[in-house]
Write a protein that binds this ligand. Structure first.
Ligand SMILES: [Zn+2]
Length: 342
C-alpha cells in the first residue's frame, strides 16, 4: 500500500523561500515501473536555474527538484530484488524518434532531465521505469554514489564523445572543483592525460593538487597548449579558455554559470583551427559505460558535505556561493519535516 508522500515543490521561481515542503498524493507504479524510497539527492547547478528560472524557458511548474537521486528499491526489477540500493538515471528520451533510436537520447526533442522538465527526487518516494535504476557498487555508500550520475554523464559526454579525447592529450578543466570539474579531471586521468584545472582559492587549488592536477588561479592559466578545454563557466573564463588551447584544440562547453554572452575573435578560431563544441548531458548508454569505471573504482564520487534534505535552502546558498568542492548531498528527512502552507 502506498501512503502519502512528502516533497519539496516549486510552485514559482525565486529565492530560497520558494523551496517549500508539501504533502503529496501517493503514486502507484504502472506495469514496468518500480517505487524507490529516496535516501539522498545531490545538488547540481541545474537546481539553481530551476529554482531561479531562466528567461524564455518554461519549466512547467509545479516541479519537484532534484536530478541526482539515490534510494532503496521498494519493488523488484527484472534483475534486482527489492531492498537494493540504487541511483537513478538522470535523463531519458522519448525512445522512438530517430535520435533516440540512434542512441543519442540527449538530442531527442522530448529529452527529459529529472528535476528539470520531469519531477525530481526531493521527495520521500518516487515511481520510475525499472530500467532507470542503476545498482550502487558495494564499495560505495548511497550518500557517495548519489554524487555521480548527472556530472559523470555530462563530463563523459564532453570529453570522450564530443571532445574525442585521445590518450596522453593535455586537458584544461575550468572550475576544477565543480561537480562536472571533478568528474572531468578523473576521466582525463583515465586517459593518461596531463590535467590542468582552475580554482579561485588556494584551499581549492590544494585539493586539486591532491588529485594529481596542476592547479591554477583563473587569471594565471595563460597559453598552455591544451588539446581539450572543459568549459562550464562562460563569460568570465571564455577568453582564457581560447588562449589556453593548442593549435587544433577543442573547447567543449556544457554550461555558462557566469553568463552566456561571450566575445569570439574568429581569427583565433581559423588560424589555430579550433573547434568549439556544445554538450548537454549524454546518452543512456554513455552512463552505463562510465558506470563500469565507477564499479571498478577508477572513478570516485567527491562529496563536499551532507545536509538534511529539509535544509535545501542552505545547500542552495553554499552552491551559489561557490563554496563547495565536489558535491553537496541532501539526506532524506522530509517525512519528519514541518509542512509549509501554500
Ligand atoms: Zn526521442
Amino acid at each position: 500500500m502506498s501512503s502519502r508522500r512528502t516533497g519539496i515543490v516549486l510552485t514559482e521561481h525565486g529565492g530560497a523561500e520558494v523551496l517549500r515542503v508539501r504533502s503529496l498524493a501517493p503514486q502507484a507504479p504502472a506495469p514496468g515501473e518500480v517505487r524507490v524510497a529516496v535516501t539522498h539527492v545531490a545538488l547540481n547547478h541545474l537546481d539553481l536555474w530551476v529554482r531561479k528560472g531562466v528567461p524564455g524557458h518554461d519549466f512547467h511548474l509545479p516541479r519537484i527538484p532534484g536530478s541526482d537521486v539515490a534510494g532503496v528499491l521498494l519493488d523488484p526489477t527484472p534483475t534486482l530484488p527489492s531492498g537494493t540500493a540504487v541511483v537513478l538515471h538522470p535523463s531519458w528520451g522519448c525512445g522512438v524518434c530517430p535520435a533516440c533510436l540512434d542512441g543519442h537520447q540527449d538530442r531527442c526533442r522530448a529529452f527529459r532531465i529529472r528535476g528539470e522538465n520531469a519531477d525530481g527526487g526531493c521527495v520521500t518516494e518516487v515511481v520510475v521505469p525499472a530500467w532507470q535504476v542503476l545498482p550502487i557498487p558495494a564499495h560505495l555508500a548511497p550518500r557517495e554514489a548519489v554524487a555521480l550520475p548527472l556530472t559523470l554523464l555530462t563530463a563523459w559526454h564532453m570529453l570522450v564523445t564530443r571532445g574525442r579525447l585521445a590518450r596522453g592529450e593535455r586537458v584544461l578543466v575550468q572550475a576544477g572543483g565543480s561537480g562536472v570539474g571533478v568528474m572531468a579531471i578523473q576521466i582525463a586521468q583515465l586517459y593518461g592525460c596531463e590535467v590542468h584545472a582552475t580554482a579561485s582559492t588556494e584551499g581549492r587549488r590544494a585539493l586539486l593538487t591532491a588529485m594529481g592536477v596542476r592547479a591554477w588561479p583563473y587569471d594565471a592559466i595563460g597559453a598552455r597548449d591544451v588539446d581539450v578545454v572543459v568549459e562550464s563557466v562562460g563569460e568570465t573564463t571564455w577568453a582564457a579558455s581560447l588562449r589556453a588551447l593548442a593549435w587544433g584544440g577543442r573547447l567543449v562547453c556544457c554550461g555558462a554559470t557566469s553568463g552566456p554572452d561571450v566575445h569570439l575573435n574568429l581569427r583565433a578560431v581559423f588560424f589555430k583551427q579550433l573547434e568549439i563544441v556544445g554538450a548537454t548531458m549524454g546518452s543512456t548508454g554513455e552512463l552505463l559505460r562510465a558506470w563500469r569505471e565507477v564499479e571498478a573504482g577508477r572513478i570516485r564520487p567527491i562529496v563536499d558535505r551532507v545536509l538534511p534534505m529539509s535544509r535545501i535552502a542552505d545547500a542552495h546558498a553554499i552552491l551559489e556561493g561557490r563554496a563547495a568542492f565536489g558535491k553537496i548531498v541532501l539526506e532524506q528527512d522530509l517525512a519528519t519535516a514541518s509542512l509549509e502552507s501554500p
